[in-house]
Each structure stands twice: as structure tokens, then as C-alpha cells.
Design a protein around this ligand. Structure first.
Ligand SMILES: C[S@@+](CC[C@H](N)C(=O)[O-])C[C@H]1O[C@@H](n2cnc3c(N)ncnc32)[C@H](O)[C@@H]1O
Length: 220
């Protein structure tokens, strides 16, 4: 543990604290976070729609939440969404029914760190604002790699911690609040990827490049 870690110990997130946090967030999530996170979500789904032309149409959305991204998928895709929070999923299911979203083939309560899907079940998996929320992002990455066929695509859009400056200070200072917030404010690229990860493309997303879209070729 470094001096910095001792000064701001990272609060552990577990499945129970994620469920608790998102039970509280579910009713107000779209109003509080829908707007600021919309550009990154739109870019991620646009990338999925583009990549599906070559990668294939079977798409897994991990941590689908209230389903804010679901209306933007091309109708010919076969999208399955999973989430740990029943309360968030209920909102997503209502959205699918009300908007008659034909691309959505299933919404399931499931832990992204231990999925019930067979190997190679999908061509693309996307996690929007979810990697910094799951208790163990490296397990999330391993599971997404397992359920996507080799050569398929893994996409992430997330806030990644700054290296220095005011944002770094703010992220370090708020990191002990992870269990209340429901995410790790000081989440870093290295919390999910290794130096060997084949990152194909990174794109800064508004507002003020706060979020980054990362495309990875699945090595299986
Ligand atoms: C910040 S929200 C993002 C929701 C949605 N992707 C969006 O763009 O608005 C994070 C979501 O990840 C879900 N989540 C956290 N840990 C999870 C896990 N281990 N398995 C599945 N879903 C998880 C939470 O319940 C929550 O709905």
C-alpha cells in the first residue's frame, strides 16, 4: 500500500452494496445521470452498431441499468442486457415494453463477474459506466472475454481517474465514498486492462472529455 492509498483507503464494493446503492439510485438515476452520461452512451452504441456489421449481431450489454442505451441499438441486433440490480432492471423492462424495442431479446438479473452464459455466446459485449461499479473489474473483463467469441469486440465507456491536478485530488478524496455512491471515483485504466490488452481505439467523450470509450479486440 502506498502513502496515497493509506491517506485515502479505497472502500470495497461488493454485490450487496451495489444492490443497495442502485435500489436507492433507480428512481432518480435517469434524471441525475442520464444527461451527463448521454454523449458517451450514444458513442458506445454507435460503435456497437458499426462494429456489428463485421463482428456479428449478438450483443451483450453488461450493467444495462435502466436501459437508457436500449432505444439506440439497430433493430436487427439481438441485444441481451444483464444487471445485478432488480430495481434498475424493472425500469429497463418498462422502457422496452413501452417503446417496443425489438432489438432487445432479453433482460436478466445476473452477476457480470460470474455469468451463466456459455463460452462464445456473443459477438460483442459492451459495458457503459459499469466497469468502475462492479466489485472486481478484472473479473468483469475476464468474463466478458469468455462469453464473447475470439475475434469479437469488447467495449467500455467510463470515467478513468486523472493522473494529477484538481480532478486527481477530487477522485482520491471521494474514493472512500464508493459504497455510498455505488462506484469507484478513482477507477483507473489499469484496474481493468493489463499492458498486454489489445486496445484498438480510444475516444474522449463529452462533457469536457470526462469519459473515454475504449474498444478492445477479444483474444478469447
Ligand atoms: C452507473 S450504472 C450504469 C447503467 C447503464 N449502463 C447506463 O449507461 O446508464 C452501473 C450499473 O451496473 C450494475 N452492476 C454493478 N455491478 C454489477 C455486476 N457485478 N453485475 C451486473 N451488473 C452490475 C449496477 O446495478 C448498475 O445498474
Amino acid at each position: 500500500m502506498s502513502e496515497g492509498d493509506r491517506a485515502h483507503p479505497r472502500a470495497a464494493l461488493d454485490a450487496a452494496s451495489v444492490r443497495d446503492a442502485y435500489r436507492r439510485w433507480a428512481g432518480i438515476y435517469d434524471v441525475v445521470f442520464g444527461g451527463v452520461s448521454a454523449p458517451g452512451r450514444r458513442r458506445a452504441v454507435a460503435a456497437v452498431n458499426r462494429l456489428s456489421q463485421t463482428a456479428g449481431r449478438r450483443v451483450l450489454e453488461v450493467g444495462v441499468g435502466t436501459g437508457l442505451a436500449l432505444p439506440d441499438y439497430k433493430p436487427e441486433l439481438e441485444v441481451v442486457g444483464i444487471d445485478l440490480s432488480r430495481d434498475m432492471l424493472l425500469k429497463a423492462k418498462k422502457r422496452v415494453a413501452e417503446e417496443k424495442l425489438s432489438a432487445v431479446h432479453g433482460l436478466m438479473e445476473m452477476d457480470a463477474e460470474s455469468m451463466a452464459f456459455a463460452d462464445d455466446s456473443f459477438d460483442i459485449a459492451v459495458a457503459m459506466y459499469t466497469a468502475s461499479v462492479v466489485p472486481d473489474a478484472k473479473k468483469l473483463f475476464a468474463e466478458m472475454s469468455r462469453v464473447v467469441r475470439p475475434g469479437g469486440q469488447l467495449l467500455f465507456v467510463n470515467h478513468f481517474a486523472a493522473d494529477d491536478g484538481f480532478r486527481w485530488w477530487l477522485e482520491r478524496t471521494t474514493s472512500p465514498l464508493a459504497r455510498i455512491l455505488g462506484w469507484h471515483p478513482d477507477f483507473k485504466l489499469s484496474d481493468i486492462f493489463t499492458p498486454e490488452t489489445q486496445i484498438e481505439r480510444m475516444e474522449a467523450c463529452p462533457p469536457i472529455a470526462l469519459f473515454t470509450l475504449v474498444e478492445v479486440r477479444n483474444e478469447g
